[in-house]
Design a protein around this ligand. Structure first.
Ligand code: SR1
Ligand code: MG
Length: 423
């Protein structure tokens, strides 16, 4: 049978008839399919997303398309990404806890669709940050999510056989890794075809592309990303992949999941808060965002502090995998040795996350896939000012990552740039 032979993209019109017999939907929505209301709400780069509401409740139906939605059919992309998303959601829920990701109600591999819990009244975190809203829980929730998924998906915790089986399963997510490998680590640093950026950035773009130290560092980070398969990553953990209310945080969209370096998820996540920080001055029409800026830096500090604390707790209580075996340390009375090793592991994550954060800032401004934090700044000159700050920040943390010792140091540097240093 030809590839994707039975696949058919859903539409608002066809969804009720095609999925109306599934218990996963009727249990939630009610049996009267004629009463279902369907809206297509996908605003991401890749997929279709439908909200289906019935008399008894609501669900989300997410379906992959055989191409990149952002670009069109000229860029084919395999449907199997929904298989990886499904398996990642199952693992993340087991590792980070029920209620940290949307509950999966049904998966259909041939139709590349996942039926999942409709999160309401949740809003995409990025939209909330653009609106200037401070979410009280995200520092803690995201720090815990990252520490638990990254630690428990690695050889620090899993049985070697189970981890290797998982590694083999996710190794086939080649095309989505390829997107990251090109879009994040390479394309921003040369004239790649699909790149675009605010024209006023041209002199700075030329400067960055001529920056040998930056290019070498970006390639070292790509090398690390491709070669260090240490844990199951979310793979695209930015503020558009988080849905929030004041009291609940959910991480969504792990279709880029694969085995890679722990620091990638943490670095990408923090980068998106730093970019939000630099974008705030473009959103001050209704008043100063000074307290929002302070909140964003506090959130960065909190995510990293919670991550370290939880990772350390898991190191001491759940280090059951083959790495840093207790038989070499605690069981011989050498608790200090285990703590020394923990410091080394956290230190490596710290230095690498700064690098990943730096290149993430660059690709969201210079590459194909931009973020709404900057894109929604209508005044182009003002947008360029905000973006230039993030570009300079990204360059600094990527190139100097081994000489930066604390999150406070990074935030102080961000505040200096925001005030106009390095203009
Ligand atoms: C062609 S896909 C572009 C970007 O969208 C996704 O959300 C990932 O961030 C990817 O890099
Ligand atoms: Mg996504």
């Amino acid at each position: 049978m030809a590839k994707n032979a039975s696949f058919e993209a859903l539409t608002v019109e066809t969804l009720p008839a095609r999925l109306g017999a599934l218990a996963a939907l009727t249990d939630q929505l009610g049996d009267d399919v004629s009463a279902w209301r369907v809206r297509e709400v996908g605003d991401g780069n890749l997929n279709l997303v439908f909200i289906v509401e019935g008399p008894a409740g609501s669900v989300v139906v997410k379906q992959a398309l055989p191409y990149v939605r952002l670009v069109g059919e000229s860029w084919p992309l395999p449907l199997k990404r929904s298989f990886f998303e499904y398996h990642a959601l199952v693992r993340q829920e087991a590792r980070a806890g029920v209620g940290t990701v949307p509950a999966v109600l049904h998966f259909d591999e041939a139709q590349a669709l996942i039926v999942m819990e409709y999160l309401t009244p949740h809003i995409i975190l990025r939209k909330e940050l653009i609106a200037g809203r401070e979410l009280p829980r995200i520092g803690v929730d995201l720090g815990l999510f990252a520490a638990r998924t990254l630690f428990r998906g690695s050889d620090l915790h899993m049985a070697a056989r189970d981890r290797k089986a998982d590694l083999a399963l996710f190794a086939d997510n080649v095309e989505l890794c390829d997107i990251t490998e090109n879009l994040v680590f390479t394309d921003p640093y040369f004239e790649a075809k699909l790149n675009h950026y605010t024209p006023a950035l041209e002199p700075l773009v030329a400067e960055l592309r001529a920056d040998r130290d930056l290019k070498v560092e970006a390639q070292r980070l790509k090398h690390l990303f491709a070669a260090n398969a240490e844990t199951l990553l979310h793979g695209d953990l930015h503020t558009g992949s988080v849905m929030v209310t004041d009291t609940n945080t959910r991480v969504i969209d792990p279709e880029f999941a694969f085995y890679g370096p722990m620091a990638f998820d943490v670095g990408m996540l923090l980068a998106n808060f730093w970019m939000s920080y630099f974008s705030q001055s473009g959103h001050e029409q209704d008043g100063s965002r000074e307290t929002m800026r302070a909140y964003l830096l506090e959130t960065v500090t909190s995510i990293w502090a919670v991550f370290r604390t939880e990772f350390s707790r898991l190191w001491r209580s759940e280090r059951t995998g083959m790495l840093y075996a207790r038989s070499l340390f605690e069981d011989r009375g050498d608790t200090l040795g285990a703590e020394q090793a923990l410091d080394r592991v956290l230190h490596d994550i710290w230095q690498d996350l700064l690098g990943f954060a730096g290149v993430e800032c660059h690709r969201r401004i210079l590459g194909l896939a931009h973020n709404a934090d900057f894109e929604t700044i209508g005044d182009e000159a003002q947008r360029a000012v905000c973006e230039a700050k993030a570009l300079r920040f990204g360059r600094h943390v990527a190139v100097n990552r081994r000489a930066i010792h604390s999150i406070e140091e990074v935030n102080a540097f961000a505040a200096l740039i925001e005030k106009g240093a390095y203009a």
